[in-house]
Design a protein around this ligand. Structure first.
Ligand code: AMP
Ligand code: MG
Length: 334
């Protein structure tokens, strides 16, 4: 309880418009808020503090809305209503239908490595995590029978989503954050902002250039490196998103059980980290998860086959793999 109130004080303290700059020239404004189970920071340049504040409010409101539709953790989210309806079918909102439709397309592009029907596996993983033990292999094998993106039926006319089998569950944890980041950026642009960075705990989208013509920089940290060494990227109108086992995992019997599953086997992936550069945060988010599952060789091969996508993958031995176009974005070390 005490730590919760301390946390709230901290959040209130940081959700304040921070301004730096000089009069006349566009100034830099930033605010951070806890949303979607992480800290979201919005940074932008504007010549008006009032406009900056209104834009950031609109962006946070957009993220809040996406969370109310797509969260697995909120009982009353639209997604949970859809999951409850299951095999009976559910007439979804345009946005929920769209993200499910796009997610199924990404499943096709990634040979089923990305699959939003991992819900039953994730549910088992969460029970194990709460009980501080390894996920139960028998329960996972049972859950795996209810996984499979081809068993999600879409009716485009009525925007109805129906599961072919009872007990299936959609989990948008690998894609909703990216989608929310895209929507937040649209909200900023709708308020006249042309240069901004939205960072939702590793899902980052950069728009435009800074007023002095420089590009936004985004660092990717090597999660297992002891030093704070990181790769720095320069991007414009691109998202950089990282997935990995370093934030959420169960450690038991000398093994790590990642929250990222291979939907084709029902087993936790042993991915350390996969970073994707893509034109939208939604695509970058989904593909990072897929590259984690596919592993370095296959992940890079699939990334090379996709237009406008770059990937950077770190394996368990710390070895790095990247697409040929990735280096264009890397800022050379001084
Ligand atoms: P991310 O951090 O974007 O890689 O998302 C990981 C989350 O996505 C997990 O916590 C699960 O909720 C969900 N998930 C796990 N494995 C997969 C998968 N293979 N495809 C799609 N979603 C997944
Ligand atoms: Mg993802």
């Amino acid at each position: 309880m005490k730590s919760k109130s301390l946390l709230i004080i901290f959040i209130l303290a940081i959700d304040v418009l921070v301004f730096s700059g000089c009069a006349g020239a566009p100034g830099k404004f930033a605010r951070t808020r806890e949303q979607m189970g992480t800290f979201v920071t919005i940074t932008l340049y504007s010549s008006s503090g009032r406009r900056a504040d209104a834009a950031i409010d609109a962006a946070f409101a957009e993220i809040e809305h996406v969370e109310s539709v797509m969260s697995s953790y909120r009982k009353d989210s639209e997604l949970n209503k859809l999951n409850a309806a299951g095999a009976d079918g559910f007439a979804a909102s345009d946005e929920l239908f769209e993200i499910i439709e796009k997610s199924l397309e990404i499943s096709e592009l990634t040979e089923g490595a990305f699959d939003i029907t991992v819900g039953p596996l994730v549910a088992e993983w969460l029970i194990a995590k709460n009980e501080n033990r390894a996920p139960d292999a028998v329960a996972l094998a049972e859950a795996e029978k209810r996984v499979g993106y081809k068993k999600v039926m879409l009716d485009h006319k009525t925007k109805t989503v129906r599961f072919a089998e009872p007990g299936m569950r959609i989990d948008l944890g690998a894609v909703a954050k990216g989608y929310a980041v895209d929507r937040a950026m649209e909200a900023l642009m709708g308020k006249g902002i042309e240069s901004a960075l939205v960072d939702a705990g590793g899902d980052v989208l950069a728009k435009g250039k800074k007023p002095d013509g420089r590009l936004w920089t985004i660092g990717i940290q090597d999660p297992r490196a002891k030093s704070l060494e990181s790769t720095i990227l320069n991007v414009e109108n691109m998202s950089v998103t990282t997935s990995g086992d370093y934030q959420r995992y169960i450690e038991s019997g000398g093994r790590r059980y990642s929250h990222i599953f291979d939907p084709r086997t029902g087993k936790s992936s042993d991915c350390v980290s996969a970073t994707t550069i893509a034109p939208t945060a939604m695509r970058a988010d989904a593909l990072s998860t897929a590259f984690c599952v596919l592993g370095p060789e296959k992940g890079i091969e699939v990334a090379e086959s996709l237009n406008g996508i770059e990937a950077f993958i770190i394996d368990v031995d710390g070895k790095t793999y990247s697409t040929t176009g990735f280096s264009i974005f890397v800022v050379p070390e001084e």
